[in-house]
Design a binder for this molecule. Structure first.
Ligand code: PSV
Ligand code: MN
Ligand code: MN
Length: 388
């Protein structure tokens, strides 16, 4: 018998991970952006590449957009293009971090004219969501200050609330707003939405359509992220994940690359708190592939999430509960670790084949010749970068 029982496979079948369009563009550090041959030149090509990930894994049916990076004249055409490629358009991410006007803030700015511009950008994103059929507006704010005394911390928090209220009021019935937090960067002294508590306080004041977005790379070293996942699920306020890995800060590396055990622990709390099918939670990646090929980078990412999910699903929860209740610390920990140490890869490969998917999606994609094809086809034009 497979180490993955039928009910576990049934749950795995429901897994759905949203890909970020920007993962397919060139990205880098402030030192250098390394271009990859065949990198998409526009949002249409990014979606075509994202569709490959779904084709080889059946795990990634949605692609998130970033505005203005994915600005097009006709979003209905982009939506139709996605559907032709077997995927849907997902979360719309706003961007108030690349404009000179936002040097001292956007939704929190002292100047009402700048706040107006930033709010209007979000209203435009909501208009786009109607055309793309997206549910979620994701807001990450780069605002903060570098020096004590530079900013009126409290006034900024009040203005943030007012700005968010106006954006929230424009959401359609089918829409949600998710507010992402990040403990530092680009501001180094204070950040206006630095932690889940601030995000929670802001979205709780808005209403039921506003939730928290948890980016796994946005915490101080040593933070118990699974505890935050548990708490937000318990409060009914975990709206979405931005999955990635970090060694130091916001590294945006392949999810599960730095610490697969942490990913396992997070997914265990996801399952404990409502399961993979929880309609409230969007499972997104937020990664950049600086030195590796982008499509296989994304394939590896979704497979890592699938693998750690499978391990989390085979925790013997009944035995674990009994050990917890009886105070058997070592037995409880053994049960937990047993699942984590179980190699589920052969069973997953077998299961994929039984569903008409390649047993090894990485190898199958490499053999498909897609990267060579796009390198030949997409000569000329300007390659999309992490930004445009
Ligand atoms: C900010 O660091 C962030 O995590 C936000 O989600 C942005 O939209 C994204 O990165 C851009 O890569
Ligand atoms: Mn993010
Ligand atoms: Mn980030």
């Amino acid at each position: 018998m497979s180490i993955l029982p039928t009910d576990v496979l049934g749950q795995l079948e429901q897994q759905s991970i949203e890909l970020p369009s920007w993962a397919f563009g060139n990205s880098g550090t402030r030192f250098k952006v390394f271009a990859t041959p065949g990198t998409p030149r526009d949002p249409f090509e990014k979606i075509a590449d994202a569709a490959q990930v779904h084709r080889f894994t059946a795990l990634a049916p949605k692609v998130a957009l970033h505005i203005p990076w994915d600005k097009v004249d006709d979003y209905s055409a982009l939506r139709a293009h996605a559907e032709e490629h077997g995927v849907e358009l997902g979360t719309v991410n706003s961007n108030t971090f690349q404009d000179d006007d936002y040097k001292f803030g956007a939704l929190t700015h002292e100047d009402g004219a700048v706040r107006r511009k930033a709010i209007d950008h979000h209203l435009e994103c909501i208009d786009i969501m109607h055309a793309t059929g997206s549910r979620d507006l994701k807001i990450w704010l780069a605002e903060g200050s570098n020096y004590p005394g530079q900013a009126d911390l409290r006034g900024r928090q009040d203005r943030l609330q007012e700005s968010l209220e106006e954006i929230y009021a424009r959401l359609g019935d089918e829409h949600r707003l998710v507010l992402e937090y990040k403990f530092f960067e680009p501001a180094f002294y204070h950040t206006d939405v630095p932690d889940w508590g601030t995000s929670y306080a802001q979205v709780a004041a808005l209403g039921h359509k506003a939730m928290v977005c948890l980016d796994t790379g946005h915490h101080a070293p040593g933070t118990n992220i699974e505890f935050i996942v548990m708490q937000l699920l318990r409060l009914g306020k975990l709206g979405s994940f931005d999955f990635n890995s970090r060694f130091y800060a916001d590294d945006d590396l392949i999810v599960g690359a730095a610490d697969p055990y942490q990913l396992f622990r997070i997914l265990f709390e996801v399952i404990r708190g409502g399961g993979l099918n929880n309609p409230d939670v969007a499972f997104m990646l937020d990664q950049c592939h600086n030195v590796e090929d982008k499509v296989p980078g994304q394939i590896r990412s979704v497979l890592n999430v699938q693998e750690m999910t499978a391990r989390a699903l085979i925790v013997d929860t009944e035995a674990l509960r009994a050990a917890q209740v009886s105070g058997d610390v070592l037995e409880a920990n053994r049960i937990f670790m047993d699942a984590f140490y179980t190699d589920v890869r052969p069973a997953l490969a077998e299961w994929r084949e039984s569903r008409g998917l390649p047993a090894d999606p990485m190898a199958a994609f490499a053999a498909s010749g897609y990267l060579q094809q796009i390198a030949a086809d997409r000569v000329g034009g300007v390659q999309a970068s992490w930004g445009a």
